[in-house]
Write a protein that binds this ligand. Structure first.
Ligand SMILES: NC(=O)c1ccc[n+]([C@@H]2O[C@H](COP(=O)([O-])OP(=O)(O)OC[C@H]3O[C@@H](n4cnc5c(N)ncnc54)[C@H](O)[C@@H]3O)[C@@H](O)[C@H]2O)c1
Length: 442
């Protein structure tokens, strides 16, 4: 049973199911806070790496951070760890299917494993942390609980506490970000708020239900998708009337309540391009209107195609056909400083350009050879070796911002450079001999 005394005494075993981008830092955070941690993952690779004391992921923050003491156990065997857990946090993937509908199979499978193995005498609290639409925790798990003859509030409790930390951002790690937690039982919600306060220095806000906490998380990412879609759409409008969107946004941002976002080639990662589809699906099933969120998703999802079209247009104005172009993409991961390439817009952009007949080269110093996506692209270890006609900045990695543009220009025949993130200084590039284009610039 989760009690204040046991939390204060750090006398709890915390299970973490799914040790990926979110689960591993969460498990390490609770271990660091002094609790016993039991990690479970279905991936033999992840567990054998962790058991050898190695970081199974691509975030170097955890390279030398894997514990080796009696408070840390990791396994693929649920029967070894689940019965001992007082609190079980579930951090499994929540992707969408081909048709963009939520894929809840991982949550279902994790629930089956947990409810088959819990020690009902302990009355553990099972907390979903994965991002979902409001209602998923109960829709998926309550039938599993009932079918096993278990009773919520007697044999176990359910709760939801969305994860918000930003992988690769030291200021917004699991030990800093504020949390929201919802559960049915008010004592459980209070106890969980106290437990999470040992993990994070941020505030922990209890809310009135699991569904409010579920909704809060998906809304956070829907809002980001909408804000980014707005500037991306503006970046398609303003060049057509001879204006640079960045100059317009900078001017607008002098007003106190204007929120400044920067347009780009699209959004990526496991959250923003995915989570809005969860709310869209829920709204459809509830018969509620969801036009704005759907349109924003469409705008962001089609940005790579829009950018490809503009680059082909600008290079054809320079007398070059798509099939004559060698194009180098600078950066592949979906945001700077990390190697995560899930849903990266660089891939959609590359595919669009390949379809047009271009030859695509990719340089991303963060993505190790074994993680490079197979496809009709040629990965290079040095940008100059591709001798590109066109260079497109896709990810503003520090290594890319610090490139020797003069040297790269010498290796380029056409010398057309497209800033897909609005981070480059056009004056310097012109001095280095580049012809430039950029998202949102005429
Ligand atoms: N990545 C982020 O930046 C981020 C941030 C906030 C929230 N989230 C949310 O967190 C959740 C997890 O995302 P992630 O990026 O960590 O995913 P991930 O793919 O990196 O990790 C998931 C892990 O779960 C394991 N797994 C899958 N099914 C399992 C099962 N039945 N039992 C045990 N292990 C299982 C996988 O092997 C994998 O190691 C998602 O809902 C995501 O939307 C992600």
């Amino acid at each position: 049973m989760l009690t204040t005394d046991r939390i204060k005494a750090l006398d709890l075993t915390i299970g973490v199911v799914g040790l990926g981008y979110v689960g591993l830092p969460t498990a390490l955070g609770f271990h660091d806070a002094g609790f016993r941690v039991h990690g479970l993952d279905v991936s033999e690779r992840v567990i054998s790496e962790l058991q050898a004391g190695r970081n199974p992921g691509d975030d170097p923050t955890f390279d030398n951070a894997i514990p080796n003491d009696e408070r840390w156990t990791v396994t693929t065997e649920p029967k070894i760890v689940i019965p001992e857990c007082d609190v079980i946090l579930v951090t499994v993937p929540t992707p969408v299917q081909e048709n963009k509908r939520p894929d809840l199979r991982f949550i279902q499978a994790a629930g089956e494993t947990i409810f088959d193995h819990i020690d009902r005498g302990k009355r553990p609290v099972v907390v979903l942390e994965s991002t979902v639409y409001p209602g998923v925790t109960r829709e998926i798990w309550s039938p599993l609980i009932e079918s096993r003859g278990l009773s919520e509030g007697v044999d176990l409790d359910l709760a939801y506490c969305p994860e918000r930390f930003v992988p690769g951002d030291p200021n917004h790690g699991v030990r800093q970000v504020p949390r929201v937690v919802g559960a049915t039982d008010t004592d459980i919600v209070k106890a969980l708020a106290e437990l999470y306060s040992h993990l994070t220095e941020g505030t922990v806000t209890p809310v009135s239900s699991i569904e409010v906490a579920e909704a809060a998380k998906v809304v956070e990412n829907v809002q980001r998708d909408l804000n980014i879609a707005l500037v991306n759409e503006l970046a398609l409008i303003f060049p057509e009337i001879g204006l640079d969107v960045e100059e317009v946004l900078t001017a607008a941002a002098t007003k106190w309540n204007f929120h400044r976002y920067t347009p780009g080639i699209g959004v990526g990662g496991h959250c923003i391009p995915v989570d809005p589809y969860y709310l869209i699906q829920k709204a459809h099933s509830a018969g509620a209107p969801v036009e704005l969120i759907t349109s924003a998703r469409e705008v962001n999802a089609t940005m790579p195609k829009q950018v490809a079209t503009r680059i082909i247009r600008q290079t054809s104005d320079l007398g070059r056909s798509p099939s004559s172009l060698k194009i180098l993409l600078l950066g592949w991961s979906y945001k700077p400083g990390i190697a995560d390439a899930r849903e990266t817009p660089a891939e959609s952009l590359a595919n669009e350009l390949v379809e047009q007949g271009c030859e695509i080269y990719v340089w991303d110093p963060h993505i190790q050879a074994e993680h490079r996506l197979d496809g009709p692209y040629i990965w290079v270890d040095q940008p100059e070796t591709s001798k590109p006609d066109v260079v497109i900045l896709c990810t503003a990695h520090e290594e890319i911002l610090g490139l020797d543009w003069t040297a790269l220009r010498k290796s380029s025949d056409l010398g057309f450079l497209y800033d897909g993130r609005r981070v480059l200084d056009v004056e310097i590039l012109h001095d280095a001999g580049w012809i430039t284009g950029a998202v949102g610039r005429p």
